[in-house]
Design a protein around this ligand. Structure first.
Ligand SMILES: [Zn+2]
Length: 162
């Protein structure tokens, strides 16, 4: 399995770090044994253009949860974000969304691209939002823009975790 904790845009202007805990959490949901699709939100710190993902939550799904269709719903997951934002004195915030795909190397569907394009506009500071897809062996990580396509990040091999 490929696990990379540091990702960057091709121009290196945006660097995204995943904590080990978040990487472990996300890959626990990978669809390698007919598990249903899962998803949730990503939380972390921003430093200028850079983002450190420190927490991930699994969204509470009431129904519609099948292997091939993940229906995004808004039940309760924002409470966790608000709670962390308060307990961290505003340093940990909502920085994106993740979900699984039953693909070895995942790529976004048209539905993903469409839904992601609406995320930046829900964000008061207009800061870059992240879209992450957890495949069976790899992650797909992208910076979302108001106008698609998203900017795809590549794993960095030589950057040491701080
Ligand atoms: Zn998807």
């Amino acid at each position: 399995m490929q696990i990379m904790s540091s990702w960057a845009t091709p121009d290196k202007r945006v660097l995204v770090l995943f904590s080990d805990a978040v990487t472990d959490f996300l890959f626990a949901f990978r669809q390698d044994r007919h598990q249903p699709e899962a998803g949730g939100i990503l939380l972390g710190h921003r430093r200028g253009n850079h983002v450190e993902i420190t927490h991930a939550t699994e969204r509470v799904l009431t129904d519609h949860r099948t292997r091939v269709s993940f229906v995004r719903e808004n039940h309760g997951y924002q409470e966790k974000a608000v709670e962390l934002w308060k307990s961290s004195h505003g340093t940990i915030g909502y920085i994106g969304e993740w979900h699984t795909h039953p693909e070895t190397v995942p790529s976004p569907s048209l539905v993903d691209i469409n839904q992601w394009s609406q995320l930046p506009s829900r964000n008061a500071n207009n800061a870059a939002m992240l879209g992450v897809i957890v495949g069976i062996t790899r992650l797909y990580v992208a910076v979302l823009r108001q106008n698609p396509p998203p900017t795809i990040l590549q794993p960095e091999r030589d950057v040491k975790r701080s």
